[in-house]
Structures are given as structure tokens and as C-alpha cells.
Design a protein around this ligand. Sequence first.
Ligand code: CDP
Length: 229
Amino acid sequence: MKKLKIAIDGWSSCGKSTLAKQIAKHLGYTYIDSGAMYRAITLFFMRNNIDLTDASTIENAISQISLRFIPSANAQTSEIYLNDENVEMQIRSMAVADEVSKVAALKQVRDFAVSQQQEMGKHGGVVMDGRDIGTVVFPDAEVKLFMTASPEIRTKRRYLEMAEKGIEITMEEVMENLKKRDHIDSTRMFSPLTQATDALVIDNSNLTMEEQLDVAMKLIQEKINLAQD
Ligand code: CDP
């Protein structure tokens, strides 16, 4: 049976990774968190005080980075490794969230991440979430979803997620960060966050997890049927 490429894009903290994981589990596909790659690159840049205005320093830093996804111990998902170090926890910090959109706007960083994402998904059977998956990484994806939710709901969800991980943070700080990232992500010069014209928009502000999976699976099943013809 032909395995599809499923692209999920959308605003910060609107449940892209939750839906992507649900779909991947349902279909036995691989979930790829493209945002984790930008976060890991950002962590490397922060640790090494990389000057974001100096092209050759950036180029040199990127040449020292290797990223890999390795299934977690419970095999439910995979975790990102930066030069053989598991950085899955560190990349979720507010310090990284504050810097990531600036780093992700750099052309050299995007070229580096996008070529690896394309390689990972070239045989299909992947669900990838991010900002430019349906527009730049896999413009040929059979399924494109664009997710959104109200800013209040997105803030609350991310706040609870971070609080659960023991990160000390206020709602205001979370909302500021989401606003800032959304602004940088949607106005940057290279691969800005935009809705692919052929994407199905899902506003999950008032949907339960089951309902959002149902909405997505209706479209995906149609596309799977079409792909077998
Ligand atoms: O916080 P959230 O889960 O919504 O974001 P993420 O998927 O972890 O992505 C973190 C940041 O990486 C985004 O705010 C973007 O600046 C950048 N990113 C990107 O530019 N392109 C992607 N395909 C994925 C993420």
C-alpha cells in the first residue's frame, strides 16, 4: 500500500505535534518534529555564542552539527540528539523558545534543516509538523493540514505543558513568546509560515483530541484511497 507524506503546519502551540503523533500512531507512520531540529540548532548556537549576523561563523557552526532522531525508551515517540547528546528536554526551555525563531529565519539554517527533512521523508509514510512543510519541504505532500486555535487557548495549553515539565513560567511570558515567534515566523524572508493553498484548515479551539483526529483522518483516508487507484 502506498505510504503518503502528511504535512502539518500552523501557528505556535496549536496542537500540531499532538495531532501529528495521533495520526502517525493510527497509520503506523513515522512522526518527525521539524521544530525540534530548529530548537536543537538554536541550543548549539546559544552554547557556542554564535553571532547571528556573521555568515561565515554561522556556516562553520552548522558544519559542526549533526542531528538524529532516535526512538525513545518507551518507543512511543522519538527524541532528538545533537551531536550524540539527547537534548529533548533542554530544547523545550523558555531560553531556547526565545531565540529559536531568529535562528530559524537564517537561510543557511533552513537549507541545512530542510534538506535533511526531505531526505527523511522521501519514501513517504511520514507525518511531519512545522511551519513550511506543505509549502517548501514537501510541496508534493498528498495531505496538507494547517492548524490554528485561539491565542488564549494556545497560551493555556503551552503553559500547562511547560508547568507539567516543572518549568517555572507565567501565562504572560508564554503568551509573549508565542506572539513574538508567530510574528517572526510569518514575516521572515525565507519560507515564512503561510497556509498552503491546498491545505485543509483545522481550528481545534473547541475540538477534543478524538474530534481533531476524526477530522484529519477523513481527509487522509480519502487521499489513501485515491493513492491506491
Ligand atoms: O512551540 P511549537 O511546538 O509551536 O514550535 P516548534 O514546532 O517546536 O518550532 C519552534 C520554532 O522553530 C518555530 O517557532 C519556528 O521559528 C521554527 N520552525 C520553523 O521555522 N520551521 C519549521 N518547519 C518548524 C519550526
